[in-house]
Ligand binder design. Sequence first.
Ligand code: HEM
Length: 423
Amino acid sequence: DRPTAGAGRVIPAELLEHGGGCPFDPAPGLSGRRGQGPVQPFELLNGAQAWLVTGFEEAREVLADLRFSSDQVRHRNATQMSAEEVAERAAAAGRGEPVCPVPVESRDDGMFVGMDPPEHTRLRRLLTGQFTVRRMKALESRITEIAVEHIEAMKAAGTEADLVPAYALPLPSLVICELLGVDYADRARFQENTAVALNLRSSEDARARAAGELYRFIGELVAVKRKDPGDDILSGLIHEADPPLTDNQLVDVSLVLLGAGHETTANMLALGTFALLENPEQLAALRADPGLIDNAVEELLRYLSIVQLGVTRVATEDVTVGGVRIAAGSTVVIATPEVNRDDRQWPAPDRLDVRRDRSPHLAFGHGVHQCLGQQLARIEMRVGFTELITRLPDLRLTESGESVPLRNDMLIFGVHALPVGWA
Ligand code: HEM
């Protein structure tokens, strides 16, 4: 009964498809709902009634309120249900919204992104204890080495490349390897299976096989680190947790880190580069003043909001938000691309402006589940963009922007490929 990352299957396509418009703006199906208020009813593909939160303050309110649960095993979210199950539950409850199931008493896994306090709190604390300033500082120089190596390899191979496999994907992937303590020799196996498991274009069979391989791989890694600890997060979790974590928990925690830290940064790097190339005056401003990079990273996070509709909760009680009563059992979907363009929060929110004053955005979420890897992601982006635009000063798209394949079919937005060239 492990929760699956299945929300994408029940989100209506028009809320995710960018069509022929600006690829960096929220999907027209989302932005077209502006004016319907900060908390709007909508219907999932399985027939369940859900709530879409598009207002910044309202989204913060939901994410700070523990009556909205992330625990999709205890409070099974409607995004995880089949149409039959939705109909059955709704009929039993006498209304369109399915009610929360009876709480399950105990769990023994480490998928903490889908847990509530207090179980979530313990695992989260153990992990924040591993994401130390010292470790992140040490990683920064490794991230720079990795970035430079990949750019130099691109240059040595010619004057054109697809930036996704050549740069955007390997960078966060190798960083996760360092973090978890994956041996250099095993990286190919690790990366191959990760690429297949996380690519929704792989067949179901191939994905299941790759996920199985990864599970086995991480299981073996846990066994190695039990005997022979290194200076990595997995060793830290094995040897510093009291009471100790089970093998299952350790594998799950590793898989959460892998899934959460891989596709997100990779898509920010590729889509962010695309956005800068399509906004040459912004790229020129950044080249002219490299000190703007931290601002540019925050602005790209806000402007692109790649986790689209991936942050969901379920109400465990009736709660009123933005004047709307959300009944216990309802699924609430945070519409991050809209939330981060709330004009009550930012002037001219639809404009990319790397000089914009920094202010809080929700690209990393908010509340107890706020992105654990955000400092790392910021370093990866700061280094990743800086090295790319300084080492390839004449970087350009080799095809028209309209022909770049967008990840329209996925909760985490980005590009499938980014054809670039340099002189
Ligand atoms: C959680 C976004 C990079 C690890 C989250 C959440 C968001 C997010 C929106 C909240 C999920 C929720 O509330 O349900 C991003 C973005 C990234 C990024 C946009 C890149 C630009 C990373 C990296 C790592 C990471 C590099 C680590 C290796 C995590 C973890 C959680 C999380 C472990 C779950 C935290 C918890 O449940 O307590 N991320 N993330 N993320 N992220 Fe990130």
